[in-house]
Design a protein around this ligand. Structure first.
Ligand code: ADP
Ligand code: MG
Ligand code: MG
Length: 344
């Protein structure tokens, strides 16, 4: 499928490319949002843009700024927030978007609710966590993903969406240590065909509304079916399954940083998935060799063995990163499993 052309991001390069076929240009006129924001400090720098903390009407907000050659990805992310009225405590809250002229050309802005703790990646680098916090983080991530993945048929409902770049750097930590999913710039929506369309076109029951976009997420978090090119880009289920694979990797990162014996603070050091077998910024081919040919997955920590919650969550990780996408548990199943730990 044309969607499976491998040209993913490196670790430090977390973004998507403007599509040549997307000829649409900026149509809106600049608003006043950007002029009402006082930028304070840089909180994230990527190859494709910078994220600042700013103050807007006395409240702190995060502002992601890109230049105009990144218009495609800006437009796509804004469209997803605005058109689908995403409204969930575990999806980052969108505030507004704007564009302004600057000395570097056009600046494209996206404002979201600011989370001082930064991303799950940032948080795990600097903190170890306890079991109740781990369960809260995992449960709320599953809840956000469940909300994204399902369609809501209602006034102001939403289509089913797949994120396509799930990783700890794209999930934020709120003040109460619950999490919210961010960076929706690569998301795709499910389009359900009606029975007439199905008959006339002899097509699969769902299609995906993306303009051909050559980048498909972050190489390190790419599912085996993307790496071995067996990915079926016409089925929406395939996109959800790649999110679930990446969710398993994120859970493994969180599991390592959780103490089994709080009195000894015995958490493992932070590790990015596959750091034991791959260098920084692995290539597509290196990733393919590890995940598809050698079928390697992140290893358990020995200290998890005698702790049922750790063993059981690691078991869920293994199910989530199953080679066969159809065998991965859904975000709904994962969420229900975690809900049980919550009430224990
Ligand atoms: P990109 O599309 O360039 O990857 P992201 O939306 O993922 O941009 O943001 C990059 C980084 O900026 C995140 O990993 C996080 O560290 C920080 N960040 C983004 N949004 C927020 C926010 N609302 N609050 C706090 N930090 C944020
Ligand atoms: Mg992005
Ligand atoms: Mg990102």
């Amino acid at each position: 499928s044309k969607h499976s052309i491998p040209n993913g991001n490196s670790d430090s390069n977390p973004d998507e490319t403007p599509s040549k076929s997307d000829e649409s240009r900026l149509l809106l006129s600049p608003g006043s949002f950007a002029t009402e924001v006082a930028l304070e400090k840089k909180i994230g720098v990527g190859a494709y843009g910078t994220v600042y903390r700013g103050i807007w009407h006395k409240d702190p907000i995060a502002v992601k700024i890109r230049l105009s050659h990144e218009e495609y990805s800006w437009r796509r992310e804004v469209q997803i927030y605005e058109e689908f009225h995403l409204n969930h405590q575990n999806i980052v809250r969108y505030i507004a978007a704007d564009h302004i002229d600057s000395s570097n050309g056009m600046e494209l802005w996206i404002g979201t609710e600011y989370h001082e703790n930064g991303s799950v990646y940032d948080y795990l680098l600097n903190h170890t966590i306890t079991v109740p916090i781990m369960i809260t983080m995992m449960y709320t991530i599953a809840d956000g993903l469940f909300y994204l993945h399902k369609s809501i048929v209602a006034t102001n409902g939403k289509p089913a969406l797949a994120h396509r770049d799930i990783k700890t750097k794209n999930i934020l930590v709120k003040d109460d240590l619950s999490c919210c999913i961010a960076d929706l710039g690569l998301a795709v929506r499910e389009v359900r065909l009606n029975s007439n369309e199905l008959r006339n076109n002899n097509r699969e029951p769902t299609v995906i509304d993306i303009t051909p976009n050559r980048r498909v997420g972050t190489i390190r978090y790419m599912a085996p079916e993307i790496l071995d090119r067996s990915f079926n880009g016409l089925s929406f289920e395939s996109y959800k399954a790649t999110d679930l694979y990446a969710l398993g990797l994120a859970y493994w990162e969180i599991l390592r940083r959780c103490q089994t014996k709080p009195e000894e603070n015995d958490a493992d050091v932070y590790q990015i998935p596959y750091a034991d077998v791959l260098p920084n910024n692995p290539t597509f081919e290196q990733m393919q060799e590890v995940v598809c040919m050698r079928k390697i997955r992140p290893p358990p920590s020995p200290r998890w063995e005698n702790h049922s919650i750790f063993r059981s969550i690691f078991g869920s990780c293994k199910e989530l990163w199953a080679e066969n996408p159809a065998c991965r548990p859904s975000s709904c199943v994962i969420k229900e499993q975690l809900r049980n730990y919550r009430s224990q």
